[in-house]
Design a protein around this ligand. Structure first.
Ligand code: ATP
Ligand code: MG
Length: 550
């Protein structure tokens, strides 16, 4: 964990700051599911705590009831645990501090630093000015403290309609930083909150609540994304105004958010995909959400590895999604057992193999491990249609008329006859085996260029296999188009109904990974039932990241 934030923490510790230890937090707003960008923040915040023998809080930043839901509170916890982190008993809700926030707001009013404003949202916006023009003061700005205290209490008591009044900080309408032009800190909205029910009619704004949440919890380092750099002066103003000790308050450090090629990392857009049913749900395997990636078969170890490798920087950049896929491939290459599966089957009859006989051949489950399994071999098998070519070019080392190829773990076979239907489509091949060429046998070393996978027709299990591509079509650099709904990739899901898999995968649970030899990495989908196996392709074998790096 060597990054600039860790260096800053070490500097602080050297200067004798944060004597109570390092305390970070992951502060999601429960208004959507976590995505790969959040994973970066989770890994960073928990990682910094672990590295510095500190603690990390999980805090739901639930100050906006109009968009939040308990479904998200639950999914966020499940996803963080899946990623490998545990907050122990340190789960907090910003909404638990609503009483304190209210008291702090009253305190600001008493210090002459906040006022109730009657302007409408549009007027406030118009009065705010622009980057080049100063803002204009509201006619309500100079209300007396007594009047403000009275109006704010009546806002809380429900005497005014939603949006009729707001509470604003009184700072500087001509500040070059627009965030300092009397930001709204409380608004009225009659919305039931998923955690506090109907206790409140007024809710604090994010910028008011967030620094207070950190300060209340005694966070030492408040790590956030770059867009909050411009908000920091307001946070400092607020804590100064309320008398928080300058030498012992959360230190905000900004880092670059994760942007990935071909990948949406906006919660709003992800929600739109779900709500408009462009995907099956938040956990659709094409979604960059943690629950989608989990279902897709990405592993927590791979995601953590990815987050470590991309590092933490001070300026925004676009990371190639191929790097994430590379991390997944590396993890599965080390850990997934190998099996044979045929996605596009072509029947092969081995004419010199006895009918109704099964020979069990020994196959290694993983090149780096000793475990083996039996693979049934019979007179009728299936091979991949692509592994046969009638008019094959010279360099085609798989099966062709009169040609030979090795069946993995089994025999060398020779194609004797191509059988076609009335339309001329190839329906099956008749081949013979060389009985002396059994894998591991005395003559098995006979030189043959091609080796292909296969399954026994009698024993193979039928499966549905879902192949995924990126949800969006992008330019060649992977940048997302503005109109992302218009750019949805119609090929992002291809379903193969009748794939055939060797029987080894029977009784394996959803979430179990395999390498289908020569095809890619696959995982059993939770849609699997005793009657029907369903697999998702996690990634293909081809690693484009290696190519990018070279
Ligand atoms: P919203 O627009 O709803 O605020 P958000 O993506 O910022 O969306 P939060 O729930 O506020 O969602 O995010 C929780 C934490 O995750 C924040 O600290 C935020 O900075 C961090 N985070 C969000 N997106 C990314 C990203 N793409 N890269 C790194 N960190 C991120
Ligand atoms: Mg946010």
């Amino acid at each position: 964990m060597i990054n600039f934030i860790q260096q800053e923490i070490e500097n602080d510790l050297k200067e004798g700051k944060y004597k109570n230890g390092i305390l970070t937090r992951f502060p999601p707003e429960p208004n959507g599911y976590l995505h790969i960008g959040h994973a970066k923040s989770v890994c960073l915040n928990f990682g910094l705590a672990i590295y510095n023998q500190g603690l990390c809080n999980l805090r739901f930043d639930d100050t906006n009831p109009t968009k939040e839901d308990v479904e998200y509170v639950d999914s966020i916890q499940e996803d963080i645990k899946w990623l490998g982190f545990d907050w122990g008993d340190r789960k907090f809700f910003a909404s638990d501090y609503f009483g304190k926030f209210y008291d702090y707001a009253v305190e600001l009013i008493k210090r002459g630093l906040a006022y109730v404003d009657d302007l409408s949202a549009e007027e406030i916006k118009a009065y705010r000015g622009t980057l080049t023009e100063p803002g204009k003061e509201s006619p309500c700005r100079n209300r007396t403290i007594e009047e403000n205290l009275d109006l704010f209490a009546r806002m809380k008591a429900g005497e005014f309609a939603d949006g009729e009044k707001v509470l604003r900080a009184k700072i500087d309408m001509s500040s070059p930083n627009i965030n300092m032009r009397d930001p709204v800190i409380y608004r009225i909205t009659r919305t039931t909150h998923h955690h506090t029910g109907d206790d409140w009619l007024i809710y604090p704004m994010y910028d008011f609540a967030h620094p207070l949440e950190d300060a209340i919890e005694g966070i030492s380092h408040s790590v956030c994304t770059l867009e909050f750099e411009d908000h920091r002066p307001f946070y400092d103003w607020l804590l100064d105004s309320l008398g928080f000790d300058v030498n012992n308050r959360p230190r905000q450090i900004e880092f670059a958010r994760l942007d990935l090629t071909n990948t949406i990392t906006s919660k709003r857009k992800l929600r739109q995909l779900v709500e408009e049913k462009h995907v099956r749900g938040w956990d659709d395997p094409r979604m960059p959400t943690l629950s989608g990636m989990r279902r897709r078969g990405f592993t927590p170890a791979a995601i953590r590895d990815f987050c470590e490798r991309i590092g933490v920087a001070k300026s925004n950049s676009l990371v190639d999604v191929a790097m994430l896929e590379h991390c997944v491939r590396e993890d599965l290459n080390s850990n997934a057992d190998r099996v044979m599966a045929v996605l596009n089957p072509l029947k092969v009859v081995l004419t010199n193999v006895e009918e109704n006989k099964t020979e069990y051949l020994v196959a290694q489950n993983h090149p780096a491990r000793s475990a083996t399994r039996y693979v049934p071999f019979t007179r009728e098998i299936y091979i991949e249609r692509d592994d046969f070519m009638e008019d094959a070019p010279k360099k085609f080392f798989r099966l062709k008329p009169g040609g030979e190829v090795r069946l993995m773990y089994a025999y060398i076979i020779k194609c004797e006859e191509v059988i076609k239907d009335a339309e001329g489509n190839i329906t099956e091949l008749h081949c013979t085996i060389d009985p002396t060429s059994k894998s591991g046998g005395a003559t098995a070393g006979r030189k043959i260029k091609g080796t292909i996978h296969w399954v026994s027709a009698q024993h193979a299990l039928k499966a549905e296999v879902r192949l995924y591509d990126y949800l969006l079509t992008t330019d060649e650099k992977g940048n997302l188009p503005e109109d992302f709904i218009g750019a949805l990739n119609p090929q992002s899901l291809i379903v193969i109904e009748n794939a055939l898999i060797e029987p080894t995968v029977r009784w394996m649970a959803a979430g179990t990974h395999f390498q289908f030899l020569r095809l890619g990495y696959f995982v059993i989908d939770p849609d699997t039932t005793p009657e029907k196996l369903v697999f998702n392709r996690v990634v293909s074998l081809k690693d484009t990241w290696q190519k990018v790096k070279d």
